[in-house]
Write a protein that binds this ligand. Sequence first.
Ligand SMILES: Cc1ncc(COP(=O)(O)O)c(C=O)c1O
Length: 423
Amino acid sequence: MTKYNFDKVVCRKGTDCIKWDSTPIIWGKKNLLPMWIADMDFPSPKFFSDALIKRIDGGVLGYGCRPEKWYDAVIDWFKENYNWKIKRENIGFVPGIVVGMAHALRCFTRPNDKVLIFPPVYPPFACQVENACCKLVNCPLVIKEDAKGETFEINWEDLEKKIKGCKAMILCNPHNPGGRVWSRAELKRIAQICLKNKVFVISDEIHCDLSFEKHIPFATVDAKQALNTITFHAPSKTFNVAGVGASEWVATGKEVAKKFADYLKAGEFDFGHYDSFLPATLLYTPKGKEWLSQAMDYIKGNIDYVEKFLKENFTHPTLEFTGKKVRASNEEFAEAKVTETQLIKMIRPKASFLIFLDFRALGLTQKELVEFITDGAHLALNDGATFGAGGEGFMRLNVGCPRKTLEQAMKQLKTAFNKRYKL
Ligand SMILES: Cc1ncc(COP(=O)(O)O)c(C=O)c1O
């Protein structure tokens, strides 16, 4: 067994990566610790980067082709991990999932068609719908809180109402942000609603391989709705190879698959560069799984660390007025009790390495919150409001990094908090 070292800090500065090299430009500040965009600071498996080096070393960088073993790797991955049996004619290549989604919208909808999404959600969903000249229909998720913490849930009543007249839905399965892994029952209910309303589903399953709970591909829950569904998936998040530009689409409906494959082919949108077929071919394998399982253990450790840190450092006594009056020494006072409130908490992700941090108890405006994080804590996080309705009061933290980086980020957050609240 190869033991990978996720503690090792790799300097990414000066490698033309968005996370480290674009942060000072985007934020206009030099001193921010970047914990935002969804790639990880871990090297992808060494056997994979070695294969890339070997290939480049060959020197001839002409056109690449889609090898048969790419199809085999994709088919085996879905069968082995999700018991989803797909055929060669059900799958195809797109360089990225947002690109694929943009094409799917243009291929399966017409301008002015209504497309439903569940905010707060990955921001390109909304802008791709709008860029395709479709009408955006928001069906905001709701937060449920119980003893186990906060989770996003679908507002079914709202969905039943808003789905009427929609041509398509973009589903994030698992959901980003919040890391919600939708259950079979929930997916079935969505499928039945879509079937009844003849809604085409674009299911973005990019985070599914990083699920800590059982992931169910949307297209496996209802055979009829599967015929009117396209799924996007990739090795990019799973193995931290987003920069290579390689994703897949799966459509088990013959007509959907043919229409999309023809559309992509006509514009050569399905053309991968020289190395695009290597990630799936080499990483959808037992060796890839070995790396993934260790990466997930490490990420889980990071999530546990943040959960504990937030509990231990941001739980404070607060006064709560009961509304009753009490008499003491012949005077009347408003009754109050002291409760322990966790002022910064998180929605624990059931998948992936992104934590939606909940600052709502601080009562800040979004502008104040962003300033607190940026100018106070010197952190570059994703602004919760950019994920759409329901994202206000939240910031998204990427924990796909060595523990040392995360410890530094938490330290900066605590220092800023203590300074702001004079603790
Ligand atoms: C849900 C979701 N879809 C798609 C993407 C981006 O995928 P790609 O880089 O392949 O366009 C991300 C990246 O964060 C994501 O979270």
